[in-house]
Ligand binder design. Structure first.
Ligand SMILES: [Zn+2]
Length: 173
């Protein structure tokens, strides 16, 4: 069973920071005030963090915030095939925004150009509509989520910030 509670974000001070304990050894923290997230494996001495640092775009690396407990907070990345995506966009850590891109329906006659990987004969219904891309300020992260319609779905908020690539963890609950 996972337990959620709200804590104060050490980065921005917002109280819209979810602390989601997925298992005794796995805690995810996702702040809706500033859009940054962290979890157990985002600490200095972790191999996972080192691996992340190798693949993170430079701007994300520049934006890393380290809290008093050694947790590294990085900007969350949203990529939902049926909603859209949100990512960090900018010239430097002093000058950046969230870019939110909603999806649009793929016209029937174009569908065949968007096959679903690994599922022969099945096609995507939506594609990212870059013509509707919109910028949001750092503290307007929640508006960016709203813009792509995240709150209209059944997805529970703490899953949004998940990178989905945690080291495997025995799940005795
Ligand atoms: Zn925050």
């Amino acid at each position: 069973m996972s337990k959620d509670k709200l804590i104060t974000c050490p980065r921005c001070g917002s109280d819209a920071c979810y602390d989601n304990q997925e298992s005794p050894n796995l805690i995810n923290r996702m702040c809706y005030g500033c859009g940054f997230m962290t979890h157990n494996y985002m600490k200095e001495d972790s191999e996972f963090l080192q691996e992340q640092l190798e693949v993170l775009p430079e701007l994300y690396k520049d934006l890393i915030f380290i809290d008093d407990n050694g947790y590294h907070w990085i900007p969350s990345t949203v990529n939902l095939p049926e909603k859209g995506m949100i990512y960090v966009n900018g010239a430097s850590s002093e000058n950046w925004n969230w870019t939110a891109v909603p999806v649009k329906l793929i016209p029937e006659d174009e569908k065949e150009r968007f096959p679903i990987k690994g599922k022969p004969g099945q096609f995507h219904i939506y594609k990212m509509d870059h013509s509707l891309a919109k910028s949001f300020k750092e503290r307007d992260y929640i508006e960016a989520l709203d813009y792509i319609g995240v709150f209209n779905s059944k997805i529970t908020p703490p899953n949004i910030g998940s990178t989905g690539s945690y080291p495997s963890e025995s799940s005795e609950k």
